[in-house]
Design a protein around this ligand. Structure first.
Ligand code: ATP
Length: 443
């Protein structure tokens, strides 16, 4: 358990500043003053996010016989967004404060009559605001050439359903997964990356018969909860929010929420979408999107169960959870006890899994050989600068679970010292056994 009080805004400030300083995350276009709602992942942030995406892809697509992958375009035919309802409805009710000029989502205002920013009651009437990001395709910027950046990654899955089905020779029930960028012109981006205007979704749409859909809904809900447990999130840190108000076509919907420092927030949605998506695309495209069920010779419109998780919100939850401060033990590391910041990431997603540290610059060449042997298997970093204690601190601060120190004895006994991040315990391991030693510890 962490001793850090994470419920304060000071904590978020500390985290944001660590992320910037250590190259996890920083504002996009900072040299131009930044652009609100857009974030860049630096070297460690990129490694962390890619590790989360890899884990999702492996868990949801690669290890399942009944799920296929897709990598579709960000821009689709504009009719896709008419059919999906996004152009007509995908908006939030918002109002402006006439005094401080702030714009607010009405559903997020605790007191609908008062500006949350300056407490003025001088507010405009609530108005619809469409969240789709618009662009123009081709040389002419007129309405005939208007197109939209996708607001969710699932719509291309629906329109490619038959292409994927035929190519993969899948029969119902089966799913299609996709990881990719989505864009929403959020009125009020905030809470670091939690509400961004450009973000990554990891979605899986599972197509099945209507009669089996509730069973699949329960199955996928449980699989997704298992995924969060795999990432180390405990029952106390997560909760399931059951939607009471459902879309007219939906039979069930839940959100998986994480207790962020700024309150409970949705990280994933699992939705029973009925036949809505496939029927709408059939209606708007004029194509036959039904599925011929060989078992009973019937044509059916597949029912869809969706699992939709934000990669950025998952990374943010991991960062919030991982952050900790404690005191490094003096004796083990040969110096006075000192406070340390440590990110306790699960080893499987840590941006650097193994740091190779030659004790002296004279050992650089030998240690580099060790790095070359380990790096193809584990995300590795090589660091020769500063005292060994300083280098441990640097690795603690980015959450590296294992540091491997190559010292002068290593030249004689072909062994290295492995130091574990959380316990700071050290162990001598034969170099020939190192990969076997890590095997099983990173999963
Ligand atoms: P919210 O109510 O927070 O706006 P939503 O219900 O609109 O979210 P969905 O459309 O269900 O979200 O999207 C699925 C997932 O995509 C969310 O659970 C979240 O992890 C992620 N996501 C949605 N909007 C954003 C955003 N603006 N920034 C970052 N991630 C987002």
């Amino acid at each position: 358990m962490s001793n850090v009080d994470k419920s304060t805004s000071a904590f978020m400030e500390k985290l944001v500043s660590l992320c910037k300083r250590r190259g996890f995350l920083f504002q996009s276009s900072e040299i131009y003053g930044g652009i609100n709602g857009f974030w860049d992942y630096g070297p460690y942030g990129t490694q962390l996010k890619k590790a989360v995406e890899k884990l999702w892809w492996n868990y949801m697509v690669e290890t399942r016989i009944n799920v296929e992958g897709l990598d579709s375009t960000v821009i689709c035919h504009p009719k896709v967004w008419e059919a999906s309802g996004h152009l007509a409805q995908f908006g939030d009710l918002m109002c402006d404060c006439r005094d401080c000029k702030a714009r607010h989502r009405v559903d997020q205002m605790a007191d609908k009559a008062v500006c949350p920013n300056c407490e003025s009651t001088n507010l405009t009437e609530p108005r619809e605001f469409n969240l789709m990001m618009k662009t123009y395709v081709g040389p002419v910027s007129d309405e005939d050439h208007a197109a939209y950046l996708r607001a969710e990654t699932c719509q291309p899955i629906f329109i490619d359903f038959h292409q994927v089905r035929v190519a993969s020779r899948q029969k119902l029930p089966f799913g299609i997964g996709q990881i990719g960028k989505a864009f929403r012109n959020e009125i009020n981006p905030r809470n670091f990356t939690f509400r961004s205007r450009e973000f990554t979704q990891m979605e899986m749409e599972f197509f099945c018969k209507d009669s089996d859909a509730m069973e699949w809904f329960e199955y996928w809900k449980n699989e997704r909860i298992k995924f969060f447990r795999k990432l180390g999130f405990t029952e106390a840190e997560t909760r399931i929010y059951e939607h009471e108000k459902l879309a007219h076509y939906a039979k069930a919907a839940i959100d998986i929420e994480y207790k962020f420092p700024f309150g409970w927030g949705e990280v994933e949605g699992v939705h029973h979408r009925g036949t809505w998506d496939m029927s709408r695309h059939q209606e708007f495209s004029g194509e036959d999107l039904t599925y011929f069920d060989h078992d009973n010779g019937e044509k059916i419109t597949p029912t869809v169960i969706e699992t939709s998780v934000g990669a950025d919100r998952t990374v943010l939850a991991l960062l919030c959870k991982a952050y900790d401060e404690d005191v490094a033990d003096s004796k083990k590391e040969g110096k006075a006890s000192e406070a340390r910041v440590v990110l306790r990431f699960p080893a499987e997603v840590a941006p650097v899994q193994v740091a190779i540290l030659p004790l002296s610059k004279k050992l650089t060449e030998n240690a580099q050989q060790l790095f070359n042997d380990i790096a193809p298997y584990y995300r590795s970093e090589f660091d020769v600068t500063g005292s060994i204690g300083k280098r441990y601190r640097r690795q603690d601060e980015i959450g590296t679970p294992y540091c491997v120190t190559f010292d002068f004895d290593s030249l004689e006994d072909n062994a290295v010292t492995v130091r574990e991040r959380d316990s700071m315990a050290q162990e001598r391991v034969d170099v020939t056994q190192l990969l076997a030693y890590f095997d099983g510890k990173m999963r």
